[in-house]
Design a protein around this ligand. Structure first.
Ligand SMILES: NC(=O)c1ccc[n+]([C@@H]2O[C@H](COP(=O)([O-])OP(=O)(O)OC[C@H]3O[C@@H](n4cnc5c(N)ncnc54)[C@H](OP(=O)(O)O)[C@@H]3O)[C@@H](O)[C@H]2O)c1
Length: 255
């Protein structure tokens, strides 16, 4: 039965692979056999991740790219397909946060968050699906949502709206592309200790809030998302699409 989780022979493109959750997930997919295309802005950091993946005996390709340049995503994708022969799994992890109350946030910050967290995810998914449909091959998209797919914490309005968008984008694309053999799901992590959440980890009140609110009583560790990503990226989830899988230490169950 273990082979249903096997990703050998699959090419996975992971955005946000230079650090944090994306880096851990890129290395995790490689542990289960995938060759990996790494995308983020920092080429040097991506090279370090690629080296780790090559040491596991897998192929890794590095594509430094700023996903806020949404109009250039189709060109990026063409180059990726040329280099790899085609991508089987798209893992949309890259994301940004701009913290401000709804009454204060600038339109510039609002647009920046929506562009990277939502519009770029759509553009990359569209490029992926067009290639899969024209080559007649199946595919698999895994987006990264958040607890903000469900609720809001003051100071994160643009982020909340972007992740609410990810929830509905995941469902919309799952419905439209199932007929082409493309499944679309999302992982919605609770609070995980990464650079993005450093300001929260370093604030004693917010740190205590996270530990009190999550029934498992602690922050998530990035490697605790690998199982969910491998499940959704592999044949193990062959009848799952349009699903938002919360990996949140029990957060949402807790009143
Ligand atoms: N940490 C959490 O608790 C948590 C919880 C729920 C959801 N999430 C989501 O998980 C994802 C990863 O978060 P994280 O905590 O790992 O954050 P992180 O440590 O800040 O990493 C963000 C990643 O996104 C990349 N990125 C940012 N802007 C980019 C751009 N314009 N173009 C290309 N790549 C870009 C960064 O690489 P470069 O800087 O090199 O470009 C980096 O690899 C995000 O979607 C986030 O919303 C995180």
């Amino acid at each position: 039965m273990r082979e249903i989780f096997d990703l050998t022979g699959k090419v996975a493109l992971v955005t946000g692979a230079s650090r944090g959750l994306g880096r851990t997930l890129a290395e995790g997919l490689a542990d289960f056999g995938a060759d990996v295309v790494l995308v983020a802005r920092s080429g040097e950091a991506l090279e370090r991740v690629a080296e780790q993946i090559r040491q596991k005996g897998r192929q890794a390709w590095v594509f430094p790219f700023d996903l806020s340049r949404v109009d250039e995503i189709p060109g990026l994708y063409e180059r990726v397909v040329e280099a790899t022969g085609g991508v089987d799994v798209l893992l949309n992890v890259a994301g940004i946060q701009r913290r401000a109350l709804a009454k204060d946030i600038s339109l510039e910050d609002w647009r920046a968050v929506l562009e990277v967290n939502l519009t770029a995810v759509f553009a990359l998914s569209q490029a992926f699906a067009r290639e899969r449909i024209s080559s007649g091959r199946p595919g698999n998209i895994v987006n990264i949502g958040s607890l903000m797919c469900e609720g809001h914490r003051p100071t994160t309005v643009a982020y909340t709206v972007s992740k609410g968008g990810i929830r509905q984008l995941t469902r919309a694309l799952a419905v439209e592309w199932a007929q082409h053999g493309i499944r679309v799901n999302a992982i919605a992590p609770g609070y995980f200790a990464t650079e993005m959440t450093k300001p929260l980890q370093e604030n004693p009140e917010l740190d205590a809030w996270v530990k009190r609110r999550a029934p498992l009583g602690r922050w998530g560790r990035p490697e605790e998302l690998v199982g969910a990503a491998v499940f959704l990226a592999s044949e193990a989830s062959s009848y799952v699409t349009g699903h938002i899988l919360f990996v949140d230490g029990g957060w949402l169950a807790n009143l």
